[in-house]
Design a protein around this ligand. Structure first.
Ligand code: MLT
Length: 304
């Protein structure tokens, strides 16, 4: 019997890949053979001597001490691409939300009072106040052309946006999937100097930490709109706060709220919702449970 410890909620569709006659699965279990998790921070966690595999039901692995696991000979499995569609849809939704002023407009409507005739007058005023702009022909920069970045770039392209991408490490497979209409930037600076929206889709590492920082914001196109559905730390929030004050940056939409910017009127912060759809949670759980099962049972390591 293999013992699986779940450190976060994992979709039942994934857990069902581990048959009950061979697996005991619980959120509290002694001597686990494997752990399944989402955002649980494993760095401070005491690694049980029985642990043989880690399954991260998501793409990023920065909440796992991968180097330490590697030294211990414990493979870390993840689910790259399994939630790419969820993130893509949220990025597009966030751009639409911002460019059509939907949040302040909704807030305005919720504050309306009076008879229907009075409300109708206020609606007319709101209609003038919240005039938005369309995404067609607007420029979007996508930093990171992995599974998510490619989907975002192609979808934005199909909305009529002019898309520019930057990824010096793009794989051949992703390059093939990328629309030929997506222009390649020479550098992050090159991209930032040309686009009105920028979205980041890179994993957090020493090379990507603060990929958008004060220096780069100085050369960015004025009134840039920044989206971060990737990881906390990829954007320098302090620099973004300063750039918003200086009107260099128009707004910031982030899935990683920090104390500094959470209440800022030109910041929309969400509670790490990028991959939070039923479909993505199921896809990730299935992908990772299959990998952990194949490793525990057959010592097979595969990329789904
Ligand atoms: C990811 O890395 O894919 C996401 O952070 C997954 C999640 O929201 O748990």
């Amino acid at each position: 019997m293999f013992k699986i410890l779940t450190l976060n909620n994992i979709s039942i569709l994934g857990l069902e890949r581990l048959p009950r006659d061979r697996y005991e699965i619980a959120s509290e279990i002694q001597h686990p053979d494997a752990v399944l998790l989402r955002s649980f921070k494993m760095h401070e966690w005491e690694i049980p001597g029985t642990l043989k595999a880690v399954g991260r039901a998501g793409a990023g692995v920065n909440n796992i001490p991968v180097d330490k696991m590697t030294k211990l000979g414990i493979p870390v499995f993840n689910a790259p691409g399994a939630n790419a569609n969820a993130v893509k849809e949220l990025v597009l939704g966030a751009m639409l939300l911002a460019s059509r002023n939907l949040l302040p407009a909704w807030d305005y409507v919720r504050g309306l009072q009076g008879t229907d005739a009075e409300i109708s007058k206020q609606v007319e005023a709101g209609k003038k106040q919240f005039v938005g702009s369309e995404l067609v022909n607007r420029t979007l920069g996508v930093i990171g052309l992995g599974a998510i970045g490619v989907k975002v770039a192609n979808a934005a392209q199909s909305l009529g946006m002019q898309v520019m991408g930057y990824d010096p490490h793009i794989t051949v497979k992703n390059a093939w999937q990328l629309s030929s209409q997506v222009k390649q930037a020479l550098s992050v600076e090159d991209l930032l100097s040309q686009v009105e929206f920028v979205t980041v889709h890179v994993p957090l590492s020493d090379a990507t930490r603060h990929i958008i920082n004060a220096e780069r914001l100085k050369i960015a196109r004025k009134e840039l709109m920044i989206l971060n559905f990737s990881r906390d730390g990829i954007i320098d929030d302090v620099a973004v706060g300063e750039a918003i004050k200086a009107n260099q940056v128009k707004g910031y939409i982030t899935d990683f709220p920090t104390n500094l910017l959470i209440k800022h009127e030109r910041v929309i912060a969400l509670p790490h919702l990028g991959a939070s759809t039923n479909e993505a949670e199921e896809n990730c759980a299935i992908m990772v449970a299959d990998q952990v099962r194949d490793y525990l049972e057959n010592a097979t390591i595969h990329n789904s």
